[in-house]
Design a protein around this ligand. Structure first.
Ligand SMILES: C[S@@+](CC[C@H](N)C(=O)[O-])C[C@H]1O[C@@H](n2cnc3c(N)ncnc32)[C@H](O)[C@@H]1O
Length: 252
């Protein structure tokens, strides 16, 4: 029975953030230094390609989690500010900053509330965040408002057409989806995800005055799939279908 997952409005942003606060420390540490397999092979390369040369640029990592991407940005010479509402994740990120002293400014804030940093950034990256936020439109607005005119917003999402990629591929040897157009909550181990059609995000961006620069749908290389197959059956699906959608848009 799935009817109780059909709307996105029965949970508040606060309630979702409370669940992120239960994220285990071991899982945060497992993401060091460059994220999990999917991040290393699929997301990070395309995020950095879309962001371009970040040296000397002011970049906001919106919903930074344990902060691995903020640290990679700082390694590449960006002036990084990072926003995160879940204390457990923010504390971990701040601990790393105390150790590494990269000059990353961590701010405790929720994107659903207006940020006190409008027009400040050359680029905003919001990676794997909007799909976890129940009331996501104000969060997207905060990201856009943080940009200077002409600034670049890079968003990554679980690709809404291929969310259950590995599990359905393992079961059926092909991808299957039967609910794309409606919005619904997808329960996860730690905090829920939300399914929304891709057009929902793109049209909201257009309404906020952003121009689409690129929609990337990264696929896994055959070599990486071959290496991972013994431990991750069905991983060849990632060479055929995109598990992530990455949007680059500029503020006109
Ligand atoms: C899947 S994690 C991604 C974290 C990080 N961007 C990364 O790529 O590793 C989702 C993050 O979004 C954060 N988040 C959830 N609701 C939020 C909100 N309303 N405003 C800002 N961040 C939020 C969570 O606390 C969590 O850190």
């Amino acid at each position: 029975m799935t009817t109780h997952h059909r709307t996105t409005h029965h949970r508040t942003n606060r309630a979702a953030i409370d669940q992120w606060n239960t994220y285990p420390r071991a899982a945060m540490e497992a993401m060091e230094p460059e994220g999990d397999f999917a991040k290393r092979h699929l997301l990070n390369p395309v995020l950095f390609r879309l962001l371009g040369d970040v040296r000397g640029r002011r970049v906001l990592d919106a919903g930074c989690g344990q902060g691995y991407f903020s640290r990679l940005l700082a390694d590449r010479g960006a002036h990084v500010t990072a926003v995160e509402p879940a204390r457990a994740l923010l504390d971990y990120a701040r601990e790393k900053e105390a150790e590494r002293r990269q000059g990353i400014r961590y701010v405790h804030a929720e994107l659903g509330q207006p940020l006190a940093m409008e027009g400040e950034f050359d680029a905003v990256v919001c990676s794997m965040v909007l799909g976890t936020v129940p009331d996501w439109k104000p969060a997207l607005r905060s990201c856009v408002r943080a940009l200077r005119p002409g600034g670049l917003l890079v968003i990554s999402l679980n690709h809404p057409a291929f969310e259950q990629l590995l599990s359905t591929w393992r079961t059926h040897g092909a991808y299957r989806i039967h609910r794309y157009l409606e919005e619904y909550e997808i329960p996860q181990t730690h905090a829920p995800d939300y399914h929304r059609p891709l057009s929902t995000y793109l049209n909201e961006l257009a309404g906020l005055g952003c121009r689409l620069r690129e929609l990337a749908e990264p696929g896994l290389s055959a070599a990486a799939a071959r290496d991972a197959e013994p431990t991750t059956p069905g991983i060849e699906s990632y060479t055929q279908l995109p598990n992530f959608a990455v949007i680059a848009a500029s503020l006109e």
